[in-house]
Write a protein that binds this ligand. Structure first.
Ligand code: G1P
Length: 240
């Protein structure tokens, strides 16, 4: 399985920090944020990783991470030079993935406790399709929210006013290589982005979107509060 880490976002909600340092290089515990995602991939046995980064900080990433050898992985880089949404950024991975490959995608600002290894294994035991990781949260309206039916995801509603469950879809996704034709077939949302939720809903419509639930902590570190919480969690858990 191959890995893709999406780290191209500019982090407007983290200004002024992100006026100086790219969001995914900010410290979480004792390490820059990006290293947590790389280590999660490595821990799950995914060592061939594409990093999608913004052009402004590309030199710093290359300088810091190099070819990835120091962390036991092989890194390839792609530059994302406009903000067109998660699915548009993922399309940059198309030439990195062969038709027979499967991929694990992590949004670089998603920090979490559990190992991805068992989830990657359940995904690989499926013949095709996609698998997402859900987390029970207090405020599902901030996220993609799954509508669950008979052990499957019937559909996902993006930031719904009246969520139909108290689960959110985290930024950790497993896909077969049909993900790229699906991205190509969707149109931009009202906020002008290619939404990953629209892609996941195409899998759901085919009856091919399965899920697992994360029981450990999970944080989308896009704000100052959640960034601080992620740092505390990482240090408090003794794993930094
Ligand atoms: C994105 C996805 C959303 C998901 C969230 C997880 O939201 O669109 O479905 O729940 O990531 O971090 P965004 O952070 O782009 O608003």
């Amino acid at each position: 399985m191959k890995g893709v880490i999406l780290a191209g976002g500019t982090g407007t909600r983290l200004q002024p920090l992100t006026l100086v340092v790219n969001k995914h290089l900010l410290p979480v515990g004792r390490k820059p944020m990006i290293l947590h995602a790389i280590e999660k991939m490595h821990e799950a046995g995914i060592d061939d990783i594409l990093l999608v980064i913004g052009k402004q900080s590309a030199g710093i990433y290359a300088d810091f991470l190099g070819n990835g050898e120091q962390w036991g992985v092989r890194l390839t880089y792609k530059i994302q030079d406009r903000a067109g949404g998660i699915a548009e950024a993922l399309l940059l991975a198309e030439s990195f993935i062969r038709p027979e490959d499967r991929l694990t995608v992590i949004l670089g600002d998603n920090l979490f406790e559990e190992s991805l290894e068992p989830f990657a294994r359940s995904f690989l035991s499926m013949t095709d399709g996609a698998r997402v990781l859900l987390k029970q949260v207090n405020d599902p309206r901030r996220y993609g929210v799954p509508v669950l039916q008979d052990g499957r995801i019937a559909r996902i509603e993006e930031k719904p006013e009246n969520p139909l469950s108290d689960y959110c879809v985290t930024g950790i996704y497993f896909y077969d290589s049909t993900v790229f034709e699906k991205i190509r077939s969707i149109a931009p949302s009202p906020r002008g982005e290619l939404e990953i939720t629209d892609v996941n809903n195409l899998y759901a419509a085919e009856g091919k979107l399965s899920y697992d639930v994360l029981n450990g902590w999970w944080i989308d570190a896009g704000t100052i509060d959640s960034l601080n919480e992620a740092g505390n969690r990482v240090l408090g858990g003794g794993k930094s």
